[in-house]
Design a protein around this ligand. Structure first.
Ligand code: AMP
Length: 286
């Protein structure tokens, strides 16, 4: 089957209705395009767990801050279509901004998940997660999948979506997929394209440092502050400008408690003008 690209909700609805009536399960992978092996891993998992896979590409203006890269974000539709066709994706949904936000965006109903959007990336990107939660809710209503697939690379986003799906009682299984990395350890990301060759080598140190911090925390969970302080210095020594380095409960992103079973260490750094994020989960033996 050839990949079918659809641009309007009306066409999507028309196309998905018989699929739903045939009792096939729908898997959905929302993206902003410029696809790489990380995105494709989500599609592969969706294909193994559901009968019919929809990918969306929508660069959502609502989740970009005023000084962020909305206008320069890489747009590579033809290549993305080829990749999705090769991997056996069924439908690509590429709505226009007007299709998603027919009126003034500022006047729209917004979805907020106050419990989990304030800290971490939400501190330096105050409107980002409300933009994500709003567009994801709209896309979930449009596609109405049985399962939706998110990468744990964007860990806070994954938790935001899990919480909104639970809080709004959406009948959707939210699946988290492990981060796909370059050989160097660098988490694949569309924004890696902004890095120079030299920066790309430097960027791989973020994961190595987060792994060190995770190992130290696992060995000495009573010494969170020391572990984080050391990790922060390593980030600076490696040439990064750290935005944050924190350890949280992995299920909820609440502050880390000693009696929990799993933490996650999360970091965001600037390398030149590029912002990189990554995280490492820490199972605690108790
Ligand atoms: P984006 O196009 O950046 O909005 O990402 C779309 C989806 O792909 C999100 O759920 C991301 O978390 C996921 N994703 C991005 N990079 C990776 C990666 N390296 N490994 C796994 N998932 C990823």
């Amino acid at each position: 089957m050839m990949l079918l690209t659809i641009n309007s909700y009306q066409d999507l609805y028309t196309h998905l209705t018989p699929i739903r009536h045939s009792k096939k399960t729908l898997g959905f992978v929302p993206t902003m395009g410029n696809l790489h092996a990380g995105h494709l891993q989500l599609v592969k998992q969706a294909k193994t767990e559901t009968d019919f896979v929809v990918v969306s590409i929508f660069i959502n203006p609502l989740q970009f801050g005023q000084n962020e890269d909305f206008s320069s974000y890489p747009r590579t539709l033809v290549r993305d279509q080829e990749l999705l066709n090769t991997i056996g994706c069924d439908v690509l949904y590429c709505p226009t901004v007007v299709e998603m936000y027919p009126e003034d965006q500022a006047l729209h109903t917004k979805v907020s998940v106050p419990d989990v959007i304030g800290g971490l990336c939400g501190l330096s990107r105050p409107t980002h997660f409300e933009g994500v939660a709003t567009v994801v809710t709209k896309l979930l209503n449009m596609v109405a999948p049985a399962a939706v697939y998110f990468g744990k690379k964007d860990y806070q986003q994954w938790i935001v979506v899990r919480k909104l799906v639970r809080d709004l009682s959406l009948p959707i299984n939210v699946r988290g997929v492990d981060t796909v990395r370059e050989k160097s350890g660098l988490a694949m990301s569309s924004r890696n394209g902004y890095l120079t060759e030299v920066e790309r080598v430097q960027a791989s140190k973020l994961y190595a440092i987060l792994q060190d911090v995770a190992k130290h925390l696992q060995e000495t969970p009573h010494q969170v502050e020391t572990c984080l302080r050391e990790g922060y210095s390593k980030l600076v020594d490696a040439g990064f400008k750290p935005d944050y380095l924190e350890v949280r409960e992995s299920e909820t992103l609440a502050p880390a408690h000693l009696n929990s079973s799993s933490w996650v260490v999360l970091g965001a750094v600037y390398l030149g003008a590029t912002r990189l994020i990554d995280n490492v989960e820490i199972p605690l033996k108790r």
